[in-house]
Design a binder for this molecule. Structure first.
Ligand code: TMP
Length: 224
């Protein structure tokens, strides 16, 4: 993946994982490393990435909100995603950037599907509608046992959001969901042991990304 190999379509990479998996730190590290290699990188996140999507994020994560039905939660996430895809991700990819996104569609399958129990087929259909079938070329799944992730999160002393406050059982279902998604698409979703020290995980991530995009041919079009 060098400057010369980048054409008008960029590379879409997503980072996924449960609470306290370290993916946000790793996303920042990856962006720094890719930038240091001379690549043009856009770092973004979900839910969020645009003014409207960030407002929806605040609603989704606000634990003082009235009870939110799983379906309502899914609609809000898809609304935010469409804004993000249209206003940020697609334009950046069209300009040839490497887009590094902290969470995307797999989080919806894991949290709203496996976690909340919404129908996976319905979610896939809605997600295709929200994204126009835009899918990441590579997904890095940062995996830690639920107890470790939640402990890390608590030890950071940050205020818990609405989803952090879910039961350990919910987070276990989410983790199992991420594993099921990785088994379904082993070429796209790479599972990374995120219990390893931060620097060693960052190194693994950089090697994985560089290997993937120098070894594999680019896909220039997607079937709609
Ligand atoms: P985070 O940015 O700290 O990971 O917080 C985002 C929260 O939103 C996290 O608890 C997972 C949740 N989420 C979903 O439930 N479904 C989704 O599709 C996305 C993108 C996030």
């Amino acid at each position: 993946m060098g400057r010369t190999s980048r054409k008008s379509t960029g590379i879409f990479i997503t980072l996924e994982g449960g609470e306290g998996s370290g993916k946000t730190t790793q996303a920042r590290r990856l962006c720094e490393r890719l930038t240091a290699r001379g690549l043009d990188v856009l770092h973004t996140r979900e839910p969020g990435g645009t003014l409207l999507a960030e407002r929806l994020r605040s609603i989704l994560l606000d634990h003082s909100m009235e009870t939110i039905a799983p379906e309502t939660e899914a609609y809000l996430i898809f609304a935010a995603r469409r804004q993000h895809v249209d206003h940020v991700i697609k334009p950046a990819l069209a300009r040839g950037l490497v887009v590094v996104c902290d969470r995307f569609s797999d989080s919806t399958m894991a949290y709203q599907g496996y976690g909340r129990g919404l129908d996976l087929r319905v979610l896939r259909t809605m997600n295709n509608w929200a994204t126009g079938r835009l899918a990441p070329r590579l997904t890095l799944l940062f995996d830690v046992p639920v107890s470790v992730g939640l402990r890390r999160r608590r030890s950071r002393g940050t205020t818990q959001n609405r989803l952090d406050r879910e039961t350990e059982q919910f987070h276990r279902k989410v983790r199992a969901g991420f594993h099921a998604l990785a088994r379904r698409e082993p070429r796209r979703i790479m599972v990374i042991d995120s219990t390893q020290p931060l620097e060693s995980v960052a190194q693994t991530v950089e090697e994985l990304v560089m290997t993937r995009f120098t070894t594999y041919p680019r896909r220039t079009s997607r079937r709609r």
